[in-house]
Write a protein that binds this ligand. Structure first.
Ligand code: ADP
Ligand code: MG
Length: 140
């Protein structure tokens, strides 16, 4: 298994409830190392471009509004199989369908306000990391 990097976002529902540390503990206990992290307020343009793949979906406008409703924590996670491992610890998009030990089952408020984003492939991870981070900001 190769060492990989993936992009994680702690979403506004979770920063609002002061859950950054609880969520980071899950990543670290799973063997994912936080090699870059910054708390930012996304602009409408940034959130819209980041989720452009969902532009035609009925939930797109609400999703962008939600993602700019408060600060997010942008992170690069590194580890063995980091993309799949992060998706495992996140759980299913809909917290009602997520396994009990996962971040979304434990912390998410709804299918939209579901506490975390994680890249879904190595290729998307590379693009998403580049969207938010300069290589010099990533410190393994
Ligand atoms: P994931 O974040 O698990 O990769 P998607 O890429 O399908 O899920 O969707 C991106 C984000 O859009 C979700 O994390 C969630 O915040 C939101 N979303 C997805 N499906 C819905 C839905 N049916 N209704 C409202 N929001 C949704
Ligand atoms: Mg996705």
């Amino acid at each position: 298994m190769a060492t990989e990097r993936t992009l994680s976002i702690i979403k506004p529902d979770a920063t609002r409830r002061n859950l950054t540390g609880n969520i980071n503990a899950v990543f670290e206990e799973a063997g994912l190392k936080i090699v870059a992290q910054k708390r930012v307020q996304l602009t409408p343009a940034q959130a819209g471009a980041f989720y452009a793949v969902h532009k035609e979906r009925p939930f797109y406008k609400d999703l962008v509004d939600f993602m700019i409703s408060g600060p997010v924590v942008l992170q690069v996670l590194e580890g063995e199989n980091a993309v799949a491992k992060n998706r495992d610890v996140m759980g299913a998009t809909d917290p009602k369908k997520a396994e009990a030990h996962t971040i979304r089952a434990r912390f998410a408020e709804s299918i939209e306000a579901n506490s975390v984003h994680g890249s879904d492939s190595a290729e998307n991870a590379a693009n998403e990391i580049r969207f938010f981070f300069a290589e010099t900001e990533i410190l393994p």
